[in-house]
Design a protein around this ligand. Structure first.
Ligand code: MG
Length: 362
């Protein structure tokens, strides 16, 4: 099976509600979609959200990377030479992890179709379903409490609370949510780099002292502040999860060797796709560091690739794959089944998404 062409386009989906973090407010998923065409007529699909505040990748840069660097490098290669294709994809230019991720997942989609196997089985087949959390945006406390109760009513038992915008007031908002949802709901807190190291220790210690029972705190300080991450990790009992600090397998190795986090959040848009994510998993497996698979504001297509990875590797014990739950519409047919908090794989080959509603491929 030979790669005949790689084409890109755009899709836009409304979110059910604006998505607000310490870094940004977003109302639509506006993503680049990719299709890799094989010589036998089969197609593999991928997707990349332009998340400039995290990856530095914009719509223009993703399209340019695909059309001017990745496509010329990969067209004519054989899908069966997966190692060769992926090495070429990662090596044809530096950075541009979102563009690489979109093409990487489309190639894995084709690879699964080539061998008639669902992707999660090709990646290791550790499990067939998992439970995802749902993100609660940063808003006035009353609104966050209402959103949390609504999420629990929809069947979510794990909530990821966005914080980091208001320092010590974050403790109050999380206390209010804990009181409202009761003790049986798992609460994660994501500060999105919003605190200083000392502030983080103060806030997390306060949450511990008040018995708020927080499962983990994600990326308390700036992505590059590994000293800060290490300072916090060494001073609180609550597990610290590195998100923006870890893009590559090498970042993961550094964080683990420095003792700068307890857990790692893998996102395909940071690693550059499934291929590097598997290397990151191998590093984590060697050190016994559990991982989460997360997503950006992605539609079901890219999130499904993350879901396959989550089901592939046993070291991935947590999932923050709520993109489809945040979108107001699902324009796809097929793919893993997102039923509230539960995500279940099907037997369809590859990623399993049937068609991608993009009007202009080029
Ligand atoms: Mg995060």
């Amino acid at each position: 099976m030979v790669i005949r062409d790689i084409q890109a386009g755009e899709i836009s989906l409304p979110l059910a509600r604006p998505f607000k973090t310490a870094l940004r407010t977003v109302e639509h998923v506006n993503d680049i979609v990719v299709r890799v065409l094989a010589d036998d007529g089969q197609m593999g699909y991928g997707e990349a959200p332009p998340t400039a505040v995290i990856t530095g990748d914009t719509k223009g840069s993703i399209l340019c990377a695909i059309r001017e660097f990745i496509r010329p490098a990969l067209v004519g290669m054989e899908i069966e030479d997966l190692d060769g294709v992926m090495t070429k994809l990662q090596g044809c230019m530096v950075k541009n992890t979102s563009a690489k991720a979109a093409v990487d997942m489309a190639i894995y989609d084709l690879y699964g179709k080539r061998f008639g196997a669902p992707l999660y089985q090709l990646l290791g087949g550790a499990r067939r379903s998992f439970e995802t959390d749902l993100t609660i945006s940063v808003n006035p406390v009353d609104e966050m409490v209402a959103d949390s109760l609504d999420a629990v009513a929809r069947g979510f038992r794990i909530l990821k609370i966005k914080a980091g915008k208001e320092g010590s007031k974050d403790v109050e908002r999380i206390a209010a949510i804990r009181q409202a949802v009761g003790p049986d709901v798992l609460l994660r807190v994501d500060a999105n780099q919003g605190w200083t190291a000392k502030e983080a220790v103060r806030i997390i210690t306060a949450m511990e002292d008040r018995g708020l029972d927080i499962e983990l705190v994600e990326q308390p300080v700036n992505a590059h502040d590994l000293a800060g991450m290490k300072y916090i990790t060494g001073r609180v009992a609550t597990p610290i999860l590195a998100d923006e600090s870890v893009f590559s397998p090498l970042d993961a190795l550094n964080i683990i060797q420095e003792g700068a986090a307890d857990l790692i959040n893998i996102k395909l848009m940071k690693t550059g796709g499934i291929w590097p994510a598997l290397k990151l998993c191998a590093v984590a497996e060697l050190h016994g560091v559990e991982c989460m698979v997360g997503c950006m504001l992605e539609s079901k297509l890219a999130v499904s690739a993350g879901a396959h990875l989550c089901c592939g590797r046993g070291i991935i014990t947590r999932a923050d794959l709520d993109g489809p739950s945040l979108c107001a519409v699902d324009p796809y047919s097929g793919g893993p089944v997102f039923d509230g908090a539960t995500v279940t794989m099907t037997d369809a080959p590859g990623i399993g998404i049937g068609d991608v509603p993009c009007e202009h491929w080029s």
